[in-house]
Design a binder for this molecule. Structure first.
Ligand code: RAM
Length: 359
């Protein structure tokens, strides 16, 4: 888009942000049509695979929440990549992962005329009107970690395939339960796109004959809050005395559940597994509470998101299936269906390999 078109679109978007804020302040109802200012300029354009990556791209990272060690590692990778690409890195975000906590941050980023916003959405739809406004203002949107609704972003950086993550969670639970017994899930927030997608796959896997002796008794939500996750873990064990495994597909939940179990009489009787940061989980692996869990390197997600963002902002890719781009030290990536870019397979951590991982 030409500079003058971009300025015009930005001005229109800024005006609609102002309107939106005024409606919000006066207690007005949410206006669905705020972002529907026509098709996003970034879609429909054609990619130029030979376009040079631009320097000076302003890219802002908006994780689910700031006070989560996982997000810190993720965005640190984004900073490394933006430095390599000679862009301007920015990090903003809420302190809780509730559905609408990111909306005001998106509106501010529009006013600041960022070139790219990378977002780990706390809710696929709550952020959508604002993201559409951002797109209408010529800002490229990279979803990472937890997707926004597809029409509100250009690409989504998935840590591994949703199917692969769900399968590996059930496989670990089955192994740790010895093939039968009660299991429970301790998730993040009830509206998190990523956890909900993984849990859907888990339920399909649990319905298969090889898992028929496992019984999912409850899905609890710790809201990616350490204290709430700790209490929910405690509650699960009180309510289900025969529970064999807590599967927590969130780094916050698995660390809190492990902390509870490790200091309780359930240690050694109840297994904890799921998705965890090796640095947070090491002590529980060493003290025997946790036998295996999985993850990817969150820093690589931020790094890949930054390269995808700068490639979008440079016109090298548009988010269409089949487009290719280079992501520095991570190598070559091809955009899949629905703008999805998959980082790679998850790694399983055990007492044998945990010390090789320092994140
Ligand atoms: C938590 C967050 C994040 C998720 C990881 C596994 O830190 O919920 O979105 O990807 O866990």
């Amino acid at each position: 888009m030409s500079n003058s078109t971009r300025r015009r679109v930005l001005a229109a978007a800024a005006a609609s942000v102002a309107l939106f804020s005024a409606a919000a302040c006066s207690g007005g109802t949410t206006r669905d049509n705020q972002g529907d200012a026509g098709a996003a300029p970034s879609s429909g354009a054609s990619a130029d695979p030979n376009a040079k990556l631009k320097e000076g791209i302003k890219m802002a990272f908006l994780p689910k929440q700031l006070n989560n060690p996982y997000s810190d590692v993720e965005t640190s990778g984004g900073k490394v990549a933006i430095d390599e690409l000679k862009g301007e890195y920015k990090l903003v975000g809420p302190n809780d992962a509730s559905a609408s906590s990111q909306v005001s941050y998106i509106n501010t980023l529009i006013q600041q005329q960022q070139d790219v916003i990378a977002i780990a959405a706390n809710d696929p739809n709550a952020v959508c009107p604002s993201l559409k406004q951002a797109k209408a203002a010529g800002i490229n949107i990279v979803g990472f970690d937890s997707d926004a609704a597809k029409e509100c972003r250009d690409v989504f950086i998935n840590q591994a395939t949703t199917q692969g993550i769900g399968e590996s969670l059930v496989k670990m639970a089955n192994e740790l339960a010895g093939g039968e017994g009660e299991i429970a899930i301790l998730s993040a927030t009830p509206n998190a796109t990523n956890q909900n997608a993984w849990i859907d796959v888990m339920k399909t896997e649990l319905a298969k004959p090889e898992n028929s002796k496992l019984k999912l008794v409850k899905t609890a939500y710790g809201n990616d809050d350490d204290q709430k996750s700790f209490q929910e873990a405690q509650g699960l064990l009180q309510s289900y005395p025969n529970l064999k495994v807590i599967v927590s597909p969130t780094t916050v939940g698995i660390a809190a559940a492990s902390r509870y179990v490790s200091s309780s009489s359930f240690k050694g009787k109840v297994q904890v597994t799921g998705l965890g940061l090796p640095n947070q989980m090491r002590q529980y692996v060493k003290d025997g509470t946790v036998k295996k869990f999985a993850l990817w390197n969150p820093a690589d997600i931020g790094y890949l998101a930054a390269f995808a963002g700068v490639a979008l902002a440079s016109g090298q890719i548009t988010g269409a299936e089949g487009e290719k781009f280079k992501a520095g030290k991570l190598g070559d990536y091809t955009i899949g269906k629905d703008g999805e870019i998959v980082l790679g397979p998850p790694t399983e951590f055990t007492p044998e390999n945990i010390d090789q991982f320092k994140f």
